[in-house]
Write a new protein. Structure first.
Length: 388
């Protein structure tokens, strides 16, 4: 083959790859057009599957390609196996003038006496191998090797570009998905901060005290409710909140629930010794959402008086919230209400999003000690004070 003709093939191949963003199209163009113009009668193009440590046939010219973009009886070769597998590992092209004298030779569709293997590589990265065979002994020459190496180099550069563009698109799609999920998370957080169900119940309770002319209870409820609303409005849309502020909020919230359920609901709030220890930040909305769902579930399905013991445990890295409930019978946490299941699923989804996109490692676990008739919910949150 003349030098000018060889250059024409390289120019043709380079132009034919323009606009192609699919590896299969690139490899079939290589096999059916470029290899054919080189005058070879049989060629198979392999790509490396790094996960499986295999060479996988992707395109062919000759007997292995009876029609269109189809492969006849495609095979897979382990890296290091056969002549093709050896080239895939070494990255060095080989010409085998007589395959009958090479123990590495693997018969595919038919035995042929000459073989040439060239790695598809760029900057020490091996993407695959071009493997050509011929029935005549000693058919392939150094000139063939030079031509095939140039073609393989162009192919490798294009594959590298395609994979880089694909990785960029995937990254952009991933970032878009993260933005969408974070927006969803913020909407859920806003909904949790001003839960319509809780607000409606609180207003109903105030209306009840007013119509009952229980001014003391009405004023107490209204005062506490307004503090809670101001807290929620102040932190509306916030991703994190000071733990000491959440403790205040929780005290108001629990007081409202006690007023609402009268003598059917009691609580104790154990914050340990907060002096010098409450320089902590926690994810917003989780605590109130968890408490509200737990209380509503217990009060709607428990005929006995409900008493919750709420304990905070703080370290420099973590904030633990334990919600303990002792009861005389098996309690409804074993058989949660449909509303509890729905709200719990939303809370878990919120935790998943925070863990995925913020790396918070929040966890929520439910424990039931049937022997002691005791249920415990543990919410583990990171202390974000040193991270913000």
């Amino acid at each position: 083959m003349k030098t000018n003709q060889f250059e024409d093939i390289l120019i043709y191949f380079s132009k034919s790859l323009l606009g192609k963003e699919n590896e299969d199209e690139i490899l079939w163009d290589l096999a059916k057009n470029c290899i054919a113009k080189l005058g070879f009668v049989d060629c198979v193009v392999y790509l490396i599957d790094q996960d499986q440590k295999l060479l996988v046939q992707k395109a062919a010219y000759g007997p292995k390609n009876p029609k269109d973009h189809n492969l006849y009886n495609p095979v897979e070769i382990g890296l290091g196996e056969g002549i093709t597998g050896a080239v895939a590992v070494s990255g060095k092209a080989e010409i085998v003038p007589d395959t009958s004298k090479d123990s590495r030779y693997i018969v595919d569709d038919d035995q042929r006496l000459s073989e040439i293997c060239v790695p598809i590589s760029n900057e020490d990265i091996i993407y695959g191998v071009i493997d050509c065979e011929h029935p005549e002994e000693g058919f392939f020459t150094e000139h063939h090797l030079k031509m095939l190496s140039a073609v393989a180099s162009i192919c490798a550069i294009k594959i590298k570009s395609v994979r880089a563009n694909k990785a960029l698109r995937e990254k952009q799609e991933s970032l878009l998905q993260i933005k969408e999920e974070m927006m969803e998370l913020k909407l859920k957080a806003l909904n949790s901060q001003l839960n319509p169900h809780f607000v409606f119940n609180a207003l109903n309770a105030i209306q009840y005290y007013v119509t009952s002319e229980d001014k003391k209870s009405a004023l107490e409820y209204l005062s506490t409710f307004s503090k809670l609303i101001r807290h929620n409005l102040k932190h509306l849309g916030a991703e994190v909140v000071e733990l000491k502020e959440e403790i205040k909020m929780l005290g108001w919230y629990l007081k409202l629930q006690k007023l609402r359920y009268d003598d059917q609901f009691e609580f104790t709030l154990d914050v340990g010794n907060p002096v010098g220890q409450w320089d902590a930040l926690v994810p917003a909305t989780l605590i109130q959402t968890l408490l509200e769902n737990t209380i509503e579930n217990l009060m709607s399905s428990n005929r006995n008086k409900v008493h919750l013991n709420i304990v905070f445990k703080l370290s420099k890295d973590q904030v633990l919230l334990e919600i303990q409930h002792e009861h005389n019978e098996m309690n409804s946490l074993l058989e949660p209400t449909p509303q509890y299941q729905e709200h719990n699923a939303q809370l878990l989804d919120q935790i998943r999003l925070l863990n995925t996109h913020k790396g918070y490692r929040i966890s929520k676990e439910d424990y039931l000690d049937s022997n002691a008739n005791k249920s415990t919910i543990v919410l583990a949150m990171p202390n974000l004070f040193k991270l913000i």
